[in-house]
Design a protein. Structure first.
Length: 417
């Protein structure tokens, strides 16, 4: 019989190697499971500035509750639902829409409850809450979510689903060791996440300060020695640009792959780090290449549909789709890295102008009405190099975060049955 069938994990702590096998339990036999029974006519205008906290899934990120963002309800609204008054050790998660996203309640020192999209699990003494929290991050719980999401337009976890949820567990002392160990990893991940967010926030602040506000010709923050006002141009006065192309219909087999095929760049291949994905999702066939637009390495492209405003300086020769635009050459003296950030900023400004902050598509003709401001080439280079360093810092912090998450996932795979 295999280790998995014997309910023995691949990796165990010293002192538990020869311990008894894990056992499969039904959650309803070992926990109280509750959810808010509707809104009881609760309206948003009843929310108050101070009062018991009411948590929703949107207030939870990577298991951390943002207590500064939670809603607050009157005391009598809190009192009318005693079954979901939160206690330390409770585990809460989303039961509607984006299922899962659990949080473990710890260090609770004020009154709190959950809204109608959430569910609460309060475990009995034979199940460690820090261990079961990790169960809800493991494949055991994710498999349940996968079943509920599949084929459902509005995914929902019912109380009965959780009552019947079966999970594998060792005895409580081993549970606690596993939970504490993984909690330390979670703390490292959360710390690294904060470093990444700090780097992103810093970059955002510098972008605001080092580029002129709309209607202005001087930024608020500049490198020493630069005082001249920036000059305003229409986009077409600075660069020659064109959209990509692809023969129709999409999906026709002969347009893809084969001998002498080349990378074919679509919106999905443009990352948030001013570069293309290491490998494009599709390759364009030799037959289709004359009907597309060739872009050599070192050109700037920008997405015009879907995730609008993603910019990349191409690292390799490729052909681009009609949903992208390439700046083929420049009329003015331009530093490429600076231009990439300028276009990124330009699209952010246009998004803010659009209804709801969303633009579905931008035509080449609409681009001709866009205005940009430019400093001297020397100042462009200084700014471009500065933001490149910030992006390198962000990429490094992201890499560290991904590594920690991969380590955590590897332990989840080996320490659980």
């Amino acid at each position: 019989m295999s280790q998995s069938k014997k309910l023995i994990p691949k990796r165990r702590f010293k002192g538990f190697e020869g311990a008894q096998m894990w056992e499969k339990l039904r959650l309803g036999d070992h926990a109280i499971i509750k959810g808010r029974l509707g809104w009881k006519s609760l309206k948003q205008e009843e929310y108050v500035d101070q009062g018991p906290s009411m948590i929703a899934g949107k207030h939870i990120t990577e298991g951390i509750i943002n207590w500064n963002k939670v809603d607050h309800i009157p005391q009598w609204r809190y009192d009318e639902s005693p079954e979901i008054m939160l206690k330390n050790g409770d585990i809460i998660f989303s039961k509607d829409g984006s299922l899962g996203n659990p949080a473990l309640i710890t260090n609770l020192n004020s009154l709190a409850t959950i809204n109608s999209t959430m569910m609460l699990v309060r475990l009995k003494k034979n199940i460690s809450s820090i261990f079961f929290y990790q169960i809800m991050l493991s494949s055991q719980f994710k498999n349940l979510i996968r079943l509920k999401v599949s084929g459902s337009s509005i995914p929902h976890l019912f109380q009965a689903d959780m009552t019947e949820f079966k999970f594998n567990t060792p005895e409580v002392n081993e549970q606690i060791q596993i939970g504490e160990f993984l909690k330390k990893l979670d703390n490292l991940i959360n710390t690294q996440q904060k470093k990444l967010e700090k780097a992103k926030t810093l970059k955002s602040a510098y972008l605001t300060e080092m580029f002129p506000n709309e209607g202005e010709l001087k930024p608020r923050l500049r490198f020493s020695g630069f005082r001249l006002a920036w000059e305003k141009y229409q986009l077409g006065e600075v660069a020659h640009y064109r959209r990509g192309a692809f023969p129709q219909p999409y999906g026709y087999e002969k347009w893809y792959n084969g001998n002498n095929s080349q990378p074919f760049v679509q919106v999905v291949d443009v990352t948030n780090q001013l570069k293309l994905a290491h490998k494009t999702k599709q390759r364009i066939s030799k037959l289709a290449q004359p009907f597309s637009v060739f872009v050599p390495a070192g050109k700037i492209i920008v997405t015009l549909q879907g995730s609008i405003g993603r910019v990349a300086i191409t690292q390799y020769d490729s052909y681009i789709d009609r949903t992208l635009l390439v700046f083929e050459n420049f009329i003015k003296k331009i530093d490429l890295t600076f231009w990439a950030y300028t276009i990124q900023q330009l699209f952010e400004i246009e998004k803010k102008k659009a209804p709801g902050g969303t633009i579905k598509t931008i035509t080449k003709e609409a681009l001709s009405n866009f205005y940009i401001t430019l400093p001297t080439e020397q100042e462009q280079t200084k700014i471009g190099n500065f933001f490149k360093l910030l992006d390198d810092k962000i990429a490094l912090e992201q890499k560290k975060l991904d590594k920690l998450k991969n380590i955590k996932q590897a332990y989840l795979n080996e320490m659980f049955v």
